[in-house]
Design a protein around this ligand. Structure first.
Ligand SMILES: [Mn+2]
Length: 245
């Protein structure tokens, strides 16, 4: 029985090669998984579940539902791009939305799952933005606006975010060591699995004498017209990375 973890696919209509990698994954390797955890940023952006005319969202929901039909339980944890994905989409895709963070059993050690952006506490401007947009009142007010207006606002935010990123030091966009230690301490020193930073790696973190693994999921990429991704696979009591094309 396998358990799969993916994140940061950043699917969008203008990146068809990524969707193709994702669909080949759902039709192939994902069939071996009893559970699939999507840890955020499945989509490059999500304007709201009422965007029903969006062919990409419709197709992804149908393909995820088809995977669920094979017996795989699919979980989704919101990322910083798709935190507005809600219960309507979840119903269509037959997935379960997870709170962040979520602790799961994984062999002898529990695993704590999060998207990862909450750990990037050195980026104060981003954390202020995050606090604003994760507020339920803000979200209700935002979702009450017409879809077209929401998409315009999102396009503006994305442009500003790209500009801001190019002016930020690389270090402040990575996780903060104290934030990681605090989280691991709070949950009694589990493994940590997250994405967001686009810095796939295996880390070992010493917290109060407990050595904890931190597995950073890979972002999926489109290069030269082709796409590539990666899944973290739990099988036979161990985690390993499997490349996807
Ligand atoms: Mn992210």
């Amino acid at each position: 029985m396998q358990i799969h973890f993916i994140s940061d696919l950043h699917l969008s209509a203008d990146r068809p090669a990524l969707s193709a990698v994702f669909e080949r994954y759902l039709d192939g390797p994902a069939r071996a998984a009893a559970r699939l955890y999507i840890l955020g940023d499945l989509f490059e952006y999500w304007a709201g579940d009422d965007d029903l005319d969006d062919p990409l969202g419709t197709r992804v929901a149908a393909r995820l539902a088809a995977l669920a039909d094979t017996g795989c339980t699919v979980f989704f944890m919101p990322g910083n791009r798709d935190f507005l994905l809600g219960t309507d989409f979840a119903r269509r895709a037959r997935l379960e939305i997870l709170a962040e963070p979520t602790l799961i059993a994984l062999g002898e050690h529990a695993a704590l799952l999060c998207h990862g952006d909450s750990l990037c506490t050195d980026d104060l401007a981003y954390q202020a933005f995050r606090q604003q947009v994760r507020n339920p009142a803000w979200q209700a007010q935002f979702l009450a606006q017409p879809l077209a207006a929401r998409k315009e606002i999102i396009a503006g935010v994305r442009m500003k975010s790209e500009e801001a990123k190019s002016g930020k030091a690389a270090a402040i966009m990575d996780v903060n060591a104290d934030a990681v230690a605090t989280l691991l301490r709070t949950y009694a020193f589990p493994r940590l699995i997250h994405g967001h930073t686009h810095r796939p790696a295996e880390h070992r973190v010493d917290v109060d004498g407990h050595v904890c693994e931190r597995h950073v999921l890979a972002d999926w990429r489109e290069e030269n017209g082709g796409g590539s991704g990666e899944v973290l696979v739990w099988a036979d009591g161990a985690l390993s990375r499997q490349p996807l094309k």
